[in-house]
Design a protein around this ligand. Structure first.
Ligand SMILES: CCCCCCC/C=C/C(=O)SCCNC(=O)CCNC(=O)[C@H](O)C(C)(C)COP(=O)(O)OP(=O)(O)OC[C@H]1O[C@@H](n2cnc3c(N)ncnc32)[C@H](O)[C@@H]1OP(=O)(O)O
Ligand code: NDP
Length: 265
C-alpha cells in the first residue's frame, strides 16, 4: 500500500534485525528502497539473515550487543563507512523471560533492564550524536510492548518498556530542534520467532490470550512492520513522542493476571 520508492535514498538501522519482528521490519524497509544495516549478538544467524535480506537490496550486518556502548560506536563506524549517513533507527532488539517479581534475581532483573532500557538509550544517543544531529534530520522508532496496565508476570520488561516509552517523549521534545522524530510501537502478542522462546506452560497461556483478544487472534510481524513504516515515513511528519499500539486492543481489554495465576498454580 506504500509507494515502492518511499524510502529510496534513505538508510536504516534495525537492531535485532536477524530474526522475527526485526527481520520483518528490515525486509519491509528494503522492499521500499532503503539501504539497511542490521545488528544482533549472534554472528552466524546474523550473517545468514543479512544474506537472505540482500535479495531485496543493500543490507549490511555487524554483531553488536546494544548493552555495550563501545560495540554500538563500532556499529556507527560501519554505518559511516558503508552509507555515510543514517536516516532511520528502529530500536527493536530486546526480550525478557517470564517470572514472578519476587523470584527475579538481581542478575535477571539487570539483564532485562540493561537490554531493553539501557541498550535502547545507548543506541539512540550514539546514532543521534553521530548522524541525526549533525544531519539535522533523523527518525527513531522504538519497539516496546503493551504494558499500559502493567505487566504482571514480566515486571522487569514492563518497567524497562515504560522507561523507553517515557524516553520516547523526552527525546522527541529535546531533539525536535534537530528535526528528529521519536515514536514507539507497542505490539501485543505477535506470532514470531520470539514467541518460540517460550516453553510450556506459557505456550498454553498464549492460546488462552488469543481467545481473550477482542479480534480473537495474535498479531503478525507484517502488522508491526507496517506501523513502523508509517511512523518512519513522511506520512507521519507531524507525529512525534507518541506510542502506536499494534495489539488488537489488548491494552484496553483482557486479564493481565493470567501469567501470574499460571505461576501460582
Ligand atoms: C504469556 C506469554 C507472554 C506474551 C508476551 C508477549 C509480549 C512479549 C513478547 C516478546 O518479547 S517475544 C521476544 C522474546 N525474545 C526474547 O526474549 C529473546 C531475547 N531474550 C534474551 O536474550 C534474554 O531473555 C535476556 C534476559 C533479555 C538477555 O539475556 P542475557 O544473555 O543477558 O542473559 P542470560 O545470561 O541468558 O541471563 C541472565 C540472567 O537472567 C535470568 N534469566 C534469563 N533467562 C531466564 C529464564 N528463562 N528464567 C529465569 N531466569 C532467567 C537469570 O538470572 C540469568 O542469570 P543466570 O542464572 O543464567 O546466571
Ligand atoms: N513477539 C511478540 O509477541 C512481541 C515482541 N516484542 C518485542 O519485539 C522485539 C522483537 O521481538 P521478536 O522478533 O518477537 O523476538 P526475537 O527474540 O526473535 O528477537 C529479538 C532480537 O533481538 C536481538 N537481541 C536481543 N538482545 C540483544 C542485545 N543485547 N543486543 C543486540 N541484539 C539483541 C536478538 O538477536 P541475538 O539473540 O542474536 O542478540 C534477536 O534478533 C523485542 O524487543 C520483543 O521483546 C514486543 C511485544 C510482543
Amino acid at each position: 500500500m506504500y509507494v515502492p520508492d518511499l524510502f529510496a535514498g534513505k538508510t536504516a538501522l534495525v537492531t535485532g534485525g536477524r530474526s522475527g519482528i526485526g527481520y520483518g521490519i528490515a525486509e519491509a524497509l528494503l522492499k521500499l528502497g532503503a539501504r539497511v544495516c542490521i545488528c544482533a549478538r549472534k554472528p552466524e544467524p546474523l550473517a545468514a539473515a543479512a544474506a537472505a535480506l540482500a535479495k531485496h537490496g543493500t543490507c549490511v550486518a555487524r554483531p553488536c550487543d546494544i548493552r555495550n556502548s563501545e560495540e554500538v560506536e563500532a556499529l556507527a563506524d560501519l554505518i559511516q563507512t558503508e552509507f555515510g549517513r543514517l536516516d532511520i533507527l528502529v530500536n527493536n532488539a530486546g526480550g525478557q523471560f517470564p517470572g514472578l517479581a519476587r523470584q527475579l534475581t538481581d542478575k535477571g532483573w539487570n539483564a532485562v533492564i540493561n537490554t531493553n532500557l539501557n541498550g535502547t538509550f545507548y543506541v539512540s544517543r550514539i546514532m543521534a550524536e553521530r548522524f541525526f544531529i549533525p544531519q539535522q534530520e533523523g527518525n527513531i522508532v522504538n519497539i516496546i510492548v503493551n504494558m499500559l496496565r502493567g505487566f504482571p508476570g514480566m515486571a522487569h520488561t514492563g518497567a524497562a518498556r515504560a522507561g523507553v516509552e517515557n524516553l520516547t517523549k523526552s527525546l522527541a521534545q529535546e531533539w525536535a530542534r534537530y528535526h528528529v522524530r521519536v515514536n514507539s510501537v507497542a505490539p501485543g502478542t505477535i506470532i514470531s520467532s520470539g514467541l518460540e522462546t517460550y516453553a510450556e506452560p506459557v505456550k498454553a497461556l498464549l492460546d488462552r490470550m488469543k481467545q481473550d483478544n477482542l479480534m480473537q487472534r495474535h498479531g503478525t510481524v507484517e502488522e508491526v512492520a507496517n506501523a513502523v513504516l508509517f511512523l518512519a515515513s513522511p506520512l507521519a511528519s507531524y507525529t512525534s513522542g507518541t506510542t502506536l499500539y499494534v495489539d488488537g486492543m489488548d491494552h484496553l481489554h483482557g486479564n493481565r493476571m493470567r501469567m501470574v495465576d499460571m505461576f501460582r498454580k
